[in-house]
Design a protein around this ligand. Structure first.
Ligand code: XMP
Length: 511
């Protein structure tokens, strides 16, 4: 996608690069993160209206401290340096950066010493969030000090002539109360961005570009029913209608009614929709298998096999489409942040079908933007709001051997848990919630009889990035209502536990 107005965020390895990018987009301006190693010519080719330097763990005096490409300051583009970004700017222009005696982490109060453009709409005293070891001891020539805190004499600087700005704190985090004002002033007033980046705008442009690229070619998409692939399917079907074929492999490991919901959303959408009912194949291959990794591997392989067989029936396609989203791209190491995991989506499905090119129309979007795009395109709400669901599905939520009976039991119990969470209006507050059928059986009593049945675990977590998570503090009444309903309505469960471990040490899923 090529939006007209673009802000480039130069990543120095800070943990907040993605958050900065989102904040900029919240101001209606398209933003992109690039590594500090990116060549100047590549940055200039993107025609940025402004540049933001992120924070980072390094110290400017360290050997090999990250540096932006040479010539960046001479390019005449406004620059906003955050934390390490500010320190680098100071260092570059002859200021002094030091290690302080009293480090300032967390909340600090900034006292305004000037407007320097970015502080224009900010109160005389404002709370901010600090998190860095070094600070600027002396501002370079041409820069005015526009704010200080109790322990940091130079908390913000501005050279309004050259349009260079720096803050020691993090304007992008919520704790910095007027951070968005500072960013907005920088984007709109200093960089002159109109701020008309909206989902409607994005959708129209994406549809135009897809049509141009595809021409009268054929596109194939593996549709899982998750948010990303569903939005991708909806977008492509709007753009190219019947030139799109979606293969939805129903492996029988979905939650209650999910397979039918996906079919209902796309059956009459104008695309060529193929639902492959492969439940028996998957169950057959999983019979007798108890090891979690083996289960994952079998499901992955079988998925490819089914897709391959269906793909062969379709024959040659021109493009393979994928619902890769921006965090997948950044996490896979294309940005500068440490490579966290090689995401399964990038590079994705192996070349099981013959195709000329890859189409990834969500590659620039964050998850919440993907949802907003789905809404914009009129995608069914239950697909837009769907919580993350692992590829191997319920097979990794039935601990040990997977059978049809156990899957059905789990589906019913999980549906009740989800209903009760929704009824209590917790569904938007909790990030992911599901039930797990453990492999543990215990003794119980029901009526006058002894039972020996399975233990069900309820899980609910709160997280922003799914790399770490906290267990959700679900009110007792909701747990009680869920427990009562499950024992009364679902057979084969006589004990229910709630998981109170975070990640780490546990993972979100049980297997
Ligand atoms: P864990 O269990 O690793 O899960 O804490 C983190 C997030 O990833 C999801 N997850 C998966 N997603 N394929 C996927 O597409 C998988 O094999 C898989 N395993 C875990 C999990 O649901 C959670 O959101």
């Amino acid at each position: 996608m090529k939006p007209e107005e673009r802000i480039i965020i130069i990543d120095f390895g800070g943990q907040y690069a993605q958050l900065i990018a989102r904040r900029v987009r919240e101001c209606g301006v398209y933003s992109e993160i690039v590594s500090y190693r990116t060549a100047l010519a590549d940055i200039l080719a993107k025609e940025p209206k402004g540049i933001i330097f992120t924070g980072g763990p390094a110290s400017v005096y360290e050997e090999g401290a990250p540096q932006p490409p040479e010539g960046i300051f001479a390019a005449g583009i406004p620059i906003f340096g955050i934390c390490y970004g500010m320190q680098h700017m100071c260092h570059e222009f002859g200021g002094v950066v030091e290690r302080p005696k009293n480090k300032e982490y967390g909340f600090a109060r900034v006292y305004k010493d000037g407007d320097g453009d970015i502080f224009r709409d900010v109160a005389a005293q404002t709370d901010v969030w600090m998190s860095h070891g070094d600070y600027v001891a002396s501002a370079p020539e041409g820069f005015a000090v526009i704010g200080h805190t109790e322990h940091t004499p130079i908390a913000a600087i501005a050279d309004t002539e050259r349009k260079l700005y720096g803050v020691q704190f993090h304007p992008e985090v919520e704790h910095t109360r007027e951070g968005m004002k500072m960013l907005r002033t920088f984007l709109h007033d200093v960089c002159g961005c109109r701020g008309d980046w909206t989902m409607e705008h994005y959708a129209a442009q994406a549809i135009r570009e897809i049509r141009e690229r595809v021409g009268d070619g054929k596109v194939l998409l593996a549709l899982s029913g998750g948010v990303d692939s569903s939005v991708c399917a909806q977008l492509l079907s709007r753009a190219i209608g019947s030139q799109l074929t979606c293969i939805f492999v129903d492996h029988g490991l979905m939650r209650k009614n999910e397979g039918d919901e996906v079919e209902a959303a796309f059956r009459d959408s104008g695309m060529h929709f193929i639902r492959v009912n492969a439940q028996d194949r998957f169950l057959g291959r999983l019979a007798g298998v108890t090891d979690p990794e083996t289960k994952r591997k079998i499901i992955g392989e079988e998925f490819i096999r089914v897709f391959e067989e269906e793909g062969r029936k379709i024959g040659q396609v021109d493009f393979l489409a994928q619902g890769t989203i921006y965090p997948d791209v950044v996490e896979s190491g294309e940005g500068n942040a440490a490579v966290i995991k090689s995401h399964h989506n990038v590079g994705g499905l192996p070349a099981v079908v013959d195709f000329k090119g890859l189409i990834e129309p969500l590659r620039d979007l964050f998850k919440d933007e993907v949802r907003a795009l789905g809404e914009e395109l009129g995608l069914a709400d239950y697909l837009v709001r769907r919580q993350p669901f692992p590829g191997p599905g319920l097979a990794i939520r039935v601990m040990g051997e997977v059978t049809k009976g156990k899957l059905d039991t789990l589906r019913e119990a999980d549906a009740i848990w989800r209903e009760e969470i929704a009824k209590a209006e917790l569904d938007r507050k909790v990030s992911q919630y599901f039930a797990v059928l453990t492999a543990n059986r215990s003794v119980g009593v029901m009526g006058d009889s002894r039972t020996y049945s399975y233990t069900l675990a309820l899980r609910a977590v709160v997280t922003t990035d799914f790399m770490t998570a906290e267990w959700a503090r679900i009110p007792y009444e909701v747990l009680e209502a869920t427990g009562n309903r499950i024992v009364n309505e679902v057979e084969g469960i006589n004990r229910i536990v709630y998981d109170i471990t975070g990640k780490p040490p546990a993972t979100i899923e049980f297997e």
